[in-house]
Design a protein around this ligand. Structure first.
Ligand SMILES: [Cu+2]
Length: 213
C-alpha cells in the first residue's frame, strides 16, 4: 500500500468512526379506526431552501401471479424502475398519469426497458390485458422517505436536526391535507423523533380503483 493510499484509508476510517449524531423520524400510521396501516408513503422535507441530495437507487416492480409487486413504490425524481415479467403470460404496462406517461407493449421476461421517472407526482400503473393489475409509484423531490410496514411503522433517516414538513400518502386516502401533513421539530441529539399519523381512507372498491382513474 502506498503512503498516499494508506493516509487516504486512515482519513476515511477516522471520518467513519467519528461520532455522528444521527437523526431519524420514527413514524406510526393508523387508519380512522385505529388499525395499523401498511403501504403508506412517508416523506420529509427540510425547512429552507437547502439543496436536496440525490440518492438514486434503481427500483423494480415485478409482475407475478398477475399482480404488480410491490403494490406501492416510492422513489426520488430521476430514478429508474425496471419491470421484470415473471409470469408465463405477457403483460402490457401503461400509465396515463401526468407525472409519467408511458406504454410498454406486450412483453415477456426482462424485455421491457427500465423507465426513468423524472417528474414528482403520483403514477398509477395498469396492464392493458389484465384489468385488475394496478400499482402506484410515488415520485418525490426529497430523498428522505420510507414506506410503512405491516405494523404501520416506518423510519426515515435524516441528515440533521431541524424543522421538517412530514407528509403521509396512501392510495386510498380521502384527501390530501386532512391529517396527512405535519411540521416536526427534530432536536439536536435526539436519536429518533416520534411522529404519528391517522389517515382517513375511502372504502375499498371491488378490485380497487381502475388504473388511470
Ligand atoms: Cu397483464
Amino acid at each position: 500500500m502506498t503512503i498516499a493510499l494508506r493516509c487516504a484509508v486512515t482519513a476515511c476510517c477516522c471520518l467513519l468512526s467519528s461520532p455522528v449524531l444521527a437523526s431519524a423520524l420514527a413514524i406510526a400510521v393508523h387508519d380512522g379506526a385505529g388499525k395499523a396501516l401498511a403501504d403508506v408513503v412517508l416523506y420529509a422535507e427540510p425547512d429552507g431552501a437547502a439543496a436536496l441530495p440525490k440518492t438514486l437507487k434503481p427500483a423494480q416492480i415485478e409482475q407475478r401471479g398477475l399482480k404488480f409487486l410491490p403494490l406501492v413504490s416510492v422513489i426520488q425524481v430521476g430514478s429508474q424502475i425496471a419491470f421484470p415479467n415473471n409470469d408465463k403470460v405477457r403483460h402490457h404496462i401503461y400509465s396515463f398519469s401526468p407525472a409519467k406517461k408511458f406504454d410498454q407493449k406486450l412483453y415477456s421476461g426482462v424485455a421491457a426497458a427500465p423507465q426513468v421517472f423524472d417528474k414528482a407526482g403520483t403514477v398509477v400503473l395498469g396492464c392493458n390485458i389484465h384489468d385488475r393489475m394496478i400499482a402506484y409509484v410515488k415520485v418525490l423531490d426529497t430523498p428522505y422517505f420510507a414506506k410503512s410496514d405491516a405494523d404501520g411503522v416506518a423510519r426515515i433517516e435524516l441528515p440533521a436536526a431541524g424543522n421538517y414538513t412530514v407528509r403521509a400518502w396512501h392510495y386510498r386516502m380521502a384527501a390530501a391535507g386532512a391529517g396527512s401533513e405535519q411540521l416536526v421539530a427534530v432536536k439536536p441529539g435526539e436519536a429518533s423523533t416520534a411522529v404519528a399519523f391517522k389517515l382517513v381512507l375511502k372504502a375499498p372498491v371491488d378490485g380497487d380503483a381502475a388504473p388511470g382513474s
